[in-house]
Design a protein around this ligand. Structure first.
Ligand SMILES: Nc1ncnc2c1ncn2[C@@H]1O[C@H](COP(=O)(O)OP(=O)(O)OP(=O)(O)O)[C@@H](O)[C@H]1O
Ligand SMILES: Cc1ncc(CO)c(N)n1
Ligand SMILES: [Mg+2]
Length: 572
């Protein structure tokens, strides 16, 4: 199942115990009696008869990140990186093109080694032109030797020679994880890989793979043609394929006949997980397999576990299919879908042109108690703040009934957008979705930012409250756009909220790869001191009572705006 590489056993013996972590999910082995090493840079230390301990050898990347954390702020931003080794689909629904779009949508860099060029459309595959093996090898070497790939994802590998070349290069340049989509036949029934490739996959790639993702036909072919017609069949297929060596298996049920749900079976050698999504009624399912595998790779590159990544990927495919179910591209039976969730959107006059960190400059956060105290509606308060120069609005409504909140948020969005000011919703991702707000702001105990990102899509703004460098790092890897850091000073607005002070704020700003807005007890008297900590990614201040617990919101906002302008011009 895995190769014993003795060189790697010896250094392991001296490994301090505190550098070994016990991992339950996906790391239970039937019988492991000694140490071994897989190509994906993991060392398993067997404790017979059933458990295994995992130690992840730090990747070059992790070491570089460590270096960056230790104060080398000039080091470049690390972007999670997936390399796809696959075929081009001229119709751009599947293959390399699907991989690029999927990774792009998830916010992960994707490099491409092209194994074949297909002439393909919504009707079928009209031609395949394989790239010579030595040139595939050259592409692999170019990318792997230079670009610090996190995860490799494979799609169409047209010959056994290509499989061998790839497995050789992966041994020379190990990566964190390998996702193998054993593409054999297109959904239109056209052959994309010869039968000899099967042996190559089984012998060379599966033992190195962290996950293998066959569809029903591929699972059947891998197992010598067994019939797979039910979820129970899929379970036993997953088990048999797992025995061929991969760490985990996902048998995809997109093509399962007569099923109301799209059910996939995940097996990690110990446990089965039945993953279900509603089956979207659409012709646009061309490329779902490639997309799913790329999303898994992208999520793993961002730091998810394999199972977590599969769940997120499945949800991505379901949402994308749902979003593009009416899309009409091509005349054939199998259309592509919209990975970027945008092509078919209409009627939305205000579309954000990417997040602009300078919008954090004067960040107004509403408070229902203060509005009640002064007898004004949320939308009047918002309008006044914008009149005074607020550059972004967050609606923070802890007490309102959901329906009232949705109505108020709709009204506020209209006002904010008429001034070109973005509107965010505190905590309530559902409300943000309901009114198509510009984004959300979540705290450490609210919905995790990576889940919010999945629900809201790549365009929306996501902010996360962070008090420590670790939380800031997490927010960045979760795909947030900015962080809010505080309390800068003590505040009565938010009870039980420890103050980090200006020193804490500075520490977080220095560690954060994202722009920061300071919050907590900030007002006319101290806003300048906050900005004067002088860290370039501190983009502004967020205020609640200094604006909303005042008789005239607009004039207080105006005063704060001009103070901030002065502070910033002094810093230049
Ligand atoms: N109509 C649908 N609605 C929701 N999910 C679907 C639908 N069709 C497929 N899926 C999901 O998409 C993923 C890919 O599954 P599928 O079995 O279609 O792979 P595939 O045949 O390799 O794809 P392709 O060859 O079209 O790229 C699975 O998670 C599956 O459950
Ligand atoms: C190039 C290519 N790769 C994979 C698939 C499987 O969908 C396809 N149709 N075309
Ligand atoms: Mg399919």
């Amino acid at each position: 199942m895995v190769t014993l590489v003795h060189n790697y056993v010896f250094p392991l013996k001296g490994l301090p115990r505190d550098q070994i972590s016990t991992v339950s999910e996906g790391f239970q082995f039937g019988r492991v009696s000694s140490c071994f090493f897989t190509q994906s840079r993991r060392v398993y230390v067997g404790v017979p008869p059933v458990t295994a301990i995992r130690y992840r050898i730090p990747t070059l990347m992790a070491m570089r990140d460590e270096g960056a954390k230790r104060g080398n702020r000039s080091s470049k931003q690390k972007v999670p990186h997936v390399l796809t080794v696959a075929g081009s689909d001229s119709g751009a629904g599947a293959g390399i093109q699907a991989d690029l779009k999927a990774c792009g949508a998830i916010g992960v860099y994707c490099s491409t080694v092209i194994t074949a060029v297909t002439a393909q459309n919504t009707i079928g595959v009209q031609g395949v032109h394989s790239v010579p093996e030595n040139f595939i090898d050259e592409q692999l070497r170019s990318v792997l030797s230079d670009m610090e790939v996190d995860v490799v994802k494979t799609g169409m590998l047209p010959s056994i020679g290509v499989v061998k070349v790839l497995s050789h290069r992966l041994k020379e340049f190990p990566v964190q994880a390998l996702v193998v989509d054993p593409v054999m036949v297109s959904t239109s029934g056209d052959l994309l890989a010869g039968p000899s490739v099967l042996d190559g996959l089984r012998e060379e790639l599966f033992p190195m793979a962290d996950i293998v993702t066959p569809n029903l036909k591929e699972a059947s072919t891998l197992l010598g043609g067994v019939k797979l017609e039910t979820v129970a069949d899929m379970r036993s297929a997953a088990k048999s394929i797992h025995a061929l060596g991969p760490r985990t298996v996902l048998v995809k049920g997109g093509d399962l006949p007569d099923s109301l749900d799209a059910v996939d079976i995940f097996f990690d050698g110990e446990n089965f997980h039945e993953l279900s999504a509603s089956r979207i009624k659409t012709r646009n399912t061309h490329g779902t397999g490639c997309t799913l595998a790329s999303c898994i790779a992208a999520e793993v590159a961002k730091g998810s576990s394999i199972l977590q990544a599969v769940k997120i990927a499945k949800c991505f495919v379901e949402s994308a299919l749902d979003y593009s179910k009416e899309l009409v591209i091509g005349t054939g039976p199998q259309g592509p879908f919209d990975h970027l969730f945008k092509l078919s959107s209409n009627g939305n006059s205000y579309r954000r042109q990417g997040f602009n960190p300078s919008d954090l400059f004067l960040y107004a956060v509403t408070d229902s108690r203060m509005n009640k105290k002064w007898g004004r509606s949320i939308s009047d308060a918002v309008k006044a703040a914008i009149d005074g120069g607020a550059t972004i609005i967050q609606l923070r409504e802890k007490e309102a009934e959901t329906r009232d909140f949705v109505d108020a948020a709709k009204a506020c969005k209209e006002i904010a957008h008429s001034y070109g000011v973005p509107l965010l919703i505190n905590d309530r991702v559902d409300v943000a979705l309901a009114i198509d707000a510009d984004g959300v702001h979540v705290g450490q105990s609210d919905m995790p930012a990576h889940v919010a990102r999945r629900l809201l899509g790549p365009e929306k703004i996501i902010g996360v409250s962070c008090k420590t460098p670790e939380q800031a790092e997490q927010a960045w890897s979760d795909g947030a756009d900015y962080i809010g850091c505080g309390g800068a000073y003590t505040t009565k607005t938010k009870e039980n909220n420890p103050t980090v002070g200006l020193d804490g704020l500075k520490t977080v700003c220095l560690a954060s790869k994202l722009p920061v807005v300071a919050i907590g007890g900030i007002g006319l008297g101290n806003a300048c001191s906050v900005m004067e900590i002088g860290v370039s990614n501190l983009k502004g201040v967020a205020v609640v009572s200094a604006l909303f617990d005042r008789e005239c919101i607009a004039s207080e906002t105006r005063k704060l705006h001009s103070l901030l302008m002065d502070a910033v011009s002094r810093l230049k």
